[in-house]
Ligand binder design. Sequence first.
Ligand code: ZN
Length: 201
Amino acid sequence: MNLVTLVQHSTQYYLFDTQQGKLMFDCGWPGELAHFKEIARRAGIKLSEIKLILCSHYHMDHAGLVQDFKNMGATLILMESQIGAPQTLNEYMLKKNIPMTPIKDEDHVLLKFSESRAWLAKLGLAGEIISTPGHGADHVTLILDDGSAFTGDLPPRFLVTEDQTDAIEAWNRIHEHPIARIYPSHGPRHEMYPNYNQESA
Ligand SMILES: [Zn+2]
């Protein structure tokens, strides 16, 4: 897997090569396109190479540049649990008076979780996208068959308390897959202990 990590402020953005250009997991801080372009340039990437966008969830540091990228020709993949989430973010930004290009409720590809494996396969990526509430109902995790899990803002498993049933359920779902390493949106990547499974947690 040819993985590139871009970092803008405190948030990490993961780029994958696909047969249709680069897929980016999460999409920048609002109003910071020029800064993002410079960060990408330093990594040897032109923004025009980024053809597909998938957001772990619709908070401002994960989806702030979605419409800017759509305007440049990228396609947004909206998961079924994320319907309406871009508009909720638009309203929040308006209320807080933070400038962001509002995300239009059009020109995206709406994808069911059950279809994600076949859809990723068409791009040449082996893996799937699963629903992982625990940091908002719209939160999703990208899991690749090489054992990588891109977990967005899901709280780390060891910080989850017993009353956080959504997050516990999300981690249980993630660990139904043979995960070798976790890539969160904030903080360092971490490797799983060999043969880690939920029972040993
Ligand atoms: Zn968040």
